[in-house]
Design a protein around this ligand. Structure first.
Ligand code: SF4
Length: 605
């Protein structure tokens, strides 16, 4: 098959044994790769009802047919598991160089199960897998581990590692890879903690297999045609990175602040992309072979944090540690982001959990003595200390390490009403109240509070009425097909959306035809996206998800945005219920949100 290594590698971290299975053409064509492969593998290999830290849980790394080709944004991989935060199917993607190198091993998927008795790293080459002792790496930061492995195994090796947070089973532990100062972080859902539970500190990859393309001239023609829209569409990203979003979204009245009590932040300009770029920008960084270079290195040139060199915080991180905490200290955002990457923590969950803690302190649900360090709205010093304490599960950090929902359950019977989370995953920076497409999108997302199931991007554009629920269930379903397909190819979302389209459309069909040689249509790819969503839903239904779980945060359903350009907006339960009815009907699911045998059969499942 063109576009594929054609093999999957299964590794048992307990016994050290591994085996190779072929990727069949029907599997490849019906699921494409990445997210699709991971959904099928987890549904087939993870027993229902087990704890995420059970040795039988699996962590799947998967690439797609586009990985390591000439498509901009191709060096991206999917990592998936049963999440310790949500207890459900979870996938996260990351960039850098690791994904392209993994493809060169000739394995489209690496499946890790079992639990090693001692810390190990998993080395994968074209020959297969080998477990290496990693006792000396335990306790080290993600960057230290990646550098140590590359030092030992050579510069052609790439590695992705968990930090101390993953070792201590922080429920939102991440993993990170580094290449030429470009971080690739699989942030969300706590998959780093699943690796920690397996005593797996890192995975390294090295290989030299080339990805064969069926129609190189056809692919080149497509890329030539799309170059201009990609360049124009990514201008703001190239210049400022994702922080360019702070100003326009605040202007829309959709930037969550003070644990979502507001959706405008008076000091937003101080933490905007433009302001931070002017003060701190040092250099641009990019993933392998990507012309966009949306990554920025910052150097703090003023104040108490003078001299700190760190990666630019992404827009979502600015929201979580900035506006949600009433914090306009720009340097602290870069520092918090850096700490999270090094210690292995998801920035969105960490910041939103701290925002809940700030409100809980104010309401008297928590005492200053319980928290143990000075902390409250805008207290960035306390914020940084609590990030470190969370990674170490030290003091109050041990409770923060459980995420906002579980923390709330432990402080007061009413407290979960103040948590900004869906299915126990804290929401990112695209408003569930001000964008009706996100209201139904978050409620039905496999992962819960994720902006990579249903996309916010089309809802900020002209021509889509963000205030009306009309047509939003159809939009959410279509957008979910797009993200599932994109994460199966596996493509960077930024280059995909701006270069090839916001939905499953002809450029994607041309791309798949050119890479694989299959005569696929847009309709066939749309069904791939739907198939992947249904596999994920089947996994979640097995874990008890149904209509009762497809809800929004209490505040989103009951408290209107108090002021600003989106004042008055919310998504009351009856509006959500009507959108769910329509969404399930569009999907061919029953009234409880369970896929029907007829629809599954139509999708070949
Ligand atoms: S747009 Fe940014 S995240 Fe995407 S591949 Fe390029 S550098 Fe990486």
């Amino acid at each position: 098959m063109r576009g594929y290594g054609g093999r999957m590698l299964f590794v048992d971290a307990g016994s050290g044994r591994s085996r190779v299975e072929p990727v069949s053409e029907p599997m490849a064509r019906s699921l494409i790769g990445g997210n699709g492969f991971a959904a099928r593998l987890l549904l087939d290999h993870v027993p229902p009802g087990i704890d995420a830290y059970d040795a039988a849980n699996a962590v799947v790394f998967a690439v797609g047919p586009v990985t390591d080709t000439s498509v901009p944004g191709n060096s991206r991989a999917c990592v998936a598991s049963k999440s310790p935060l949500t207890g459900l199917f979870f996938d996260s993607t990351f960039g850098g160089r690791f994904p392209a190198t993994m493809k060169r091993t000739g394995f489209d998927a690496i499946v890790i199960t079992g639990r090693a008795s001692e810390p190990v790293s998993v080395r994968v080459t074209e020959e297969g897998a080998e477990l290496r002792p990693a006792r000396d790496l335990w306790g080290k930061t993600t960057r230290e581990v990646v550098e140590a492995i590359q030092g030992a195994e050579g510069a052609a090796t790439d590695a992705i590692a968990i930090g101390p947070a993953g070792e201590r089973l922080v429920r939102f532990a991440s993993m990170a890879t580094y290449w030429k100062n470009r971080e690739g972080v699989a942030g969300r859902g706590g998959i780093g903690a699943v690796l920690g539970s397996k005593n797996v500190k890192a995975i390294s990859v090295a290989g030299a297999r080339k990805t064969e393309i069926a129609d190189p001239a056809g692919l080149k023609a497509l890329l030539d045609e799309r170059r201009e829209s990609l360049t124009t569409g990514t201008k703001a990203l190239s210049t400022y990175g994702t922080p360019f979003l702070v100003k326009p979204i605040n202007t829309l009245g959709a930037l969550g602040a003070y644990n979502l009590r507001q959706e405008t932040f008076a000091e937003a300009l101080a933490i905007s992309g433009e302001e931070m770029h002017a003060r701190y920008h040092a250099s641009d960084t990019t993933c392998l072979k990507c012309p966009v270079a949306c990554g920025k290195q910052y150097e703090i040139r003023d104040g108490e944090l003078l001299g700190i060199k760190a990666k630019m915080p992404e827009y979502e991180t600015i929201f979580a540690f900035g506006s949600m905490l009433g914090n306009a200290h720009a340097g602290s955002l870069a520092r918090a982001n850096d700490l999270c990457d090094l210690l292995g923590l998801d920035t969105i969950t960490m910041g939103v959990t701290l925002a809940f803690a700030a409100e809980a302190l104010e309401r008297g649900w928590l005492t200053a003595a319980e928290v143990g360090v000075p902390f409250g709205w805008g207290d960035w010093r306390g914020m940084l200390r609590l990030v470190e304490m969370t990674a170490a599960r030290e003091g109050f950090g041990d409770r923060l390490a459980e995420g906002a929902w579980r923390l709330a359950e432990s402080v007061h019977p009413e407290a979960t009403k103040s948590v900004y989370a869906v299915k126990r995953l804290e929401l990112p920076a695209h408003s569930a109240r001000a964008l009706k497409g996100m209201s139904i999108g978050y409620a039905t997302a496999t992962r819960g509070g994720s902006h990579h199931d249903t996309r916010p991007t089309p809802q900020y554009a002209q021509g889509l009425d963000r205030r009306s629920p009309d047509g939003k269930p159809e939009f959410a379903a279509r957008s979910q097909h797009f993200t599932a397909l994109g994460d199966s190819l596996v493509l960077c979302r930024f280059t995909a959306e701006r270069g090839f389209g916001l939905y499953v459309e002809e450029p994607y069909a041309r791309m798949v035809r050119a890479v694989t040689g299959w005569d696929v249509s847009v309709e066939e790819l749309e069904r791939v996206g739907e198939r992947v969503i249904n596999l994920e839903r089947l996994f979640n239904v097995r874990e008890g998800v149904g209509r009762q779980a497809d809800v929004l945060p209490w505040r989103v359903m009951h408290e209107p945005i108090p002021d600003g350009p989106s004042a008055g907006m919310l998504c009351p339960p009856e509006e959500l219920s009507a959108m769910l009815d329509r969404y399930y009907a569009v999907r061919g699911w029953d009234g409880q949100g369970v896929p029907t045998p007829e629809r599954l059969a139509a999708l070949g499942l």
